[in-house]
Design a protein around this ligand. Structure first.
Ligand code: GDP
Length: 452
């Protein structure tokens, strides 16, 4: 395999340090050609996991003073000889060194190629590799804990357990199907049924925790709705912790759907502050209003703001009737002005009293949102898939197992049961990467950044 190289730190105009990574058979010899250690030691004489301070030289000219670390195969991330160069940050010097490595025989790495090699060399399973991706993109502590769990092999282990049960069951079925007349104990249908149910339950639990965890991984599309002037923009600013929307007391100042992300506890809310949901003749504002309605229908979470310091207007009531307690938290804002509102109207809804002006009520809002999204009982220790890909493999396996169970319950032949259950094996092997096609691998690694 050729020797690849890439800049592994984010592209930035200036930074203290950048890291360039090179992996492959020629990594050490290419490094020898461009690096001169102050100790005069050659890279090829360096042991694995050691580093040297020296210079990158191009045609006799110094490019940068760097620290170079050597990892020897197979004790490296990729399993190949790897050299990492920590140079001064800054895109010019970094690209200059990368260019020099390419000039000396390395080729630029494709996205995720280092991790792909780690998988191909057996250093990581595919599920662990996907966890690496999740760690990079984790936005909260829970997402990070889940990703780390998976990196430690939790998904692989759980899937392997299911697969082993299935293989043992298929083994006993095959023996019976192939040699029905021999002296093989007859197949115990009840134990086949139990095994199938157990495998289905295990996979279904994993699928469910993936669906529950999506809130932490991807955040929640959240619409903030309410009549003009109830304090939607102020609530949004309170959540964001800085002034994003223009707050005025002229009705209809928020004309477009403003999009921002805010963290509420461990959940990221993708907020859309919408123009007031009211009929209007103002052309620009009416575009905002129709956008609001669209956002309202697609939002997973609706924060509906009402002014607690006044009684409900008819249009407040109209808005209230259009909301569902299933995805709505009612925010009774302006509590600092005292209460005139009759909260009876909000029966059945989760309600939170707050004052955006005095920035009170966020803890209560956090609890209400967690309760609504059913994340309050979610355990970050739970094993969770890293991707839709993993979930879809598990779902396909489940479909086959359910077909096998149906066949068994309907009294079909054991041949038919075997064929259906057998169909579950290949998606499970694809899930763990033990039998993933080149196309699947490419798909997974195309989501990675270059240099990882
Ligand atoms: P929006 O039209 O619903 O987005 O409302 P804004 O956030 O623009 O707020 C309208 C007016 O109400 C502004 O003058 C805010 O300063 C004021 N306001 C918002 N929240 C509060 C609050 O909690 N208490 C008080 N006293 N005034 C508030």
């Amino acid at each position: 395999m050729n020797t690849i190289c890439a800049i592994s730190t984010p592209a930035a105009a200036a930074g203290a340090i950048s890291l360039i990574r090179m992996s492959g058979e020629d990594a050490v010899s290419i490094a020898d050609g461009v690096f001169s250690a102050f100790s005069a030691k050659r890279v090829s004489d360096m042991k694995g996991h050691t580093c040297a301070y020296g210079r990158i030289i191009d045609g006799g000219k110094t490019v940068d003073d760097v620290l170079l670390t050597v990892f020897r195969a197979p004790k490296s991330y990729t399993g190949e000889d790897t050299v990492e160069i920590s140079c001064h940050g800054g895109s010019y010097v970094t690209r200059r060194i990368l260019g020099l490595l390419v000039k000396n025989g390395a080729v630029p790495a494709a996205p995720g190629e280092f991790t792909k090699r780690a998988v191909l060399n057996g250093k990581l399973t595919l599920t662990q590799a996907e966890a690496v991706m999740d760690i990079i993109s984790s936005e909260g502590e829970r997402a990070l804990i889940s990703a780390n769990n998976m990196r430690e092999g939790a998904v692989f282990k759980r899937i392997t357990e299911v697969r082993e049960k299935l293989v043992a069951m298929l083994g006993s079925l095959a023996a019976w199907v192939d040699y029905p007349d021999d002296d093989i104990p007859s197949v115990d249908e009840q134990s086949i049924r139990l095994t199938l149910c157990d495998c289905i339950d295990r996979l279904s639990a994993l699928i469910k925790s993936f669906d529950d965890g999506i809130v932490f991984r991807e955040g929640v599309l959240t619409a903030i709705v309410g009549l003009p002037n109830v304090g939607k923009s102020s609530v949004m600013n309170m959540l964001l912790g800085f002034d994003r929307s223009i707050v005025t007391d002229i009705e209809g100042t928020t004309r477009d759907v403003v999009e921002e992300s805010a963290r509420l506890g461990d959940i990221v809310l993708h907020l859309c502050d919408t123009a007031g949901l009211r009929e209007t003749n103002d052309a620009v504002e009416s575009i905002g209003v129709s956008l609001s309605k669209k956002t309202l229908s697609s939002a997973r979470l609706v924060l509906a703001v009402f002014d607690i310091s006044r009684e409900l207007f008819d249009s407040d009531k109209e808005l209230l009737y259009s909301l569902s307690p299933k995805n709505t938290v009612i925010i009774l804002n302006k509590s600092d002005l005292g209460q005139k509102l009759d909260t009876e109207s909000f029966k059945g809804f989760l309600t939170v009293v707050c004052s955006a002006k005095e920035r009170t009520g966020t803890d209560e809002l956090k609890s209400a949102v967690e309760k609504l999204l059913c994340t309050d009982g979610f355990s970050s220790q739970e094993t969770v898939f890293a991707s839709e890909r993993q979930k879809s493999c598990a779902s396909r396996a489940c479909v086959s197992l359910k077909a096998a169970l149906d066949a068994l319950n309907n009294g079909e032949t054991l041949d038919a049961v075997t064929a259906a259950a057998d169909g579950a094996l290949s998606p499970l092997l694809e899930l763990t990467g033990e039998k993933a096609s080149e196309a699947v691998l490419n798909e997974v690694f195309s989501r990675f950044c270059v240099g990882k």
